[in-house]
Design a protein around this ligand. Sequence first.
Ligand code: GDP
Ligand code: ZN
Length: 450
Amino acid sequence: MSETVTIAAIATAPGRGGVGVIRLSGQNLLPLVATLTGGKTATPRLALYSDFVAADGTPIDNGLLLYFAAPASFTGEDVIELQGHGGPVVMQMLLSRCLELGARMAEPGEFTKRAFLNNKLDLAQAESVADLIDASSQSAARMALRSLKGAFSNHIHALVDDVITLRMLVEATLDFPEEDIDFLEAADAKGKLQHIREQLDGVMAQAQQGAILREGMQVVLVGAPNVGKSSLLNALAGDDIAIVTDIAGTTRDTVREMITVDGVPMHIIDTAGLRDTDDVVEQIGIERSHKAVQQADVALILIDPREGVNARTQEIVDGLPEHLPCLEIHNKSDLLDATVLQTQQYIARASDVMTLSAKKGDGLHQLKQALLKQVGWQGEAEGLFLARTRHLHALQAAAVELAYAADCGEAIDLLAEHLRLAQVCLNEITGEFTADDLLGVIFSRFCIGK
Ligand code: GDP
Ligand code: ZN
């Protein structure tokens, strides 16, 4: 373990609370305990009730002190938690006292970073700490905890082990030229590679579902003015957040709302009319709308079936990114005579046509189900990992290398190289070969005190 300075932070959320926690991590913290408690000593994992005193011996606060001796702690170093009274002033005074005693303020995620650097957690587990704290739904929280306990990492480690075993076989063939392709065949290298690819596909499928739950999906509402975009947003969100008016072009801003459907977060984004205009305020809204559309996972193209697709709608549809999946939504079904209620498809690129009434709320359930289907949600959160996009990319890159490996024929040196690269990709997930700057990015997104 490298020599590290003691770090300290208020670990509880800002504001008032019954109890506030200050956390410290460093080496040999017992002298600090003695000074802070006016001469007491702490036993690992045993709560110590004490005054916490200032330099002149006057109490700042009293409460519980928990001591975890290295290496049996979250960070792998000596860790102290001070449970004091949860007021902002007293917490600040206590923190200042810790800084006075030689600690420095912890950076965001620094406790978890130390846990990673001391091999208490791998990188995927460290990330799941932040994901657990940031979880926006119960399913996401459960998945993050599973990843934290190592469910995801264990799969990756198993894959890496299999790749290493195969690599040893292949490299032995390279080292001993008399062992040729027949040797690999006899050892069923092909079968072993195939098995690894299947395992990887399985992990990737689970991770993809996990990523859906973590990242949610971006749904943009597009269409001509007055087709009912704002109304649909409100209907989906269940309350009034956008201004609904009868004057065309009054939705001047991009308005977004997050809903969850079967535990899947969905960011619904209402766009301004997406048209050329000289109005500055409107232009800003339109710019944001364009950005939202570029980042979207699916577009809902709203039309008023009494008007069909007018020039405005056509212009908007033509402006959508080429590969953006679209659903055609016929709104205001309540204004249609039931006998003429028909779902004629106007927009060729739309994968589905649905009729609904934003005003009456008819058809919203079907719409939500269609969105779940669109994103590929299998409807089962149990057993998934809360994977990040970073993990998905690494898994995909590993899959590509393994596919190349399977295509190498008798070029054993190429086979060896692709297997090596596949392993590098997998190791990136758990952090064995991760560049320092990536670590910096990952941990800087944590909150202070974690
Ligand atoms: P936007 O410009 O596309 O955002 O459209 P709005 O949501 O502002 O709606 C324009 C007008 O259509 C408002 O008067 C809404 O009340 C009305 N409207 C929206 N959806 C429906 C619907 O399903 N049925 C009926 N009857 N009117 C609707
Ligand atoms: Zn609107």
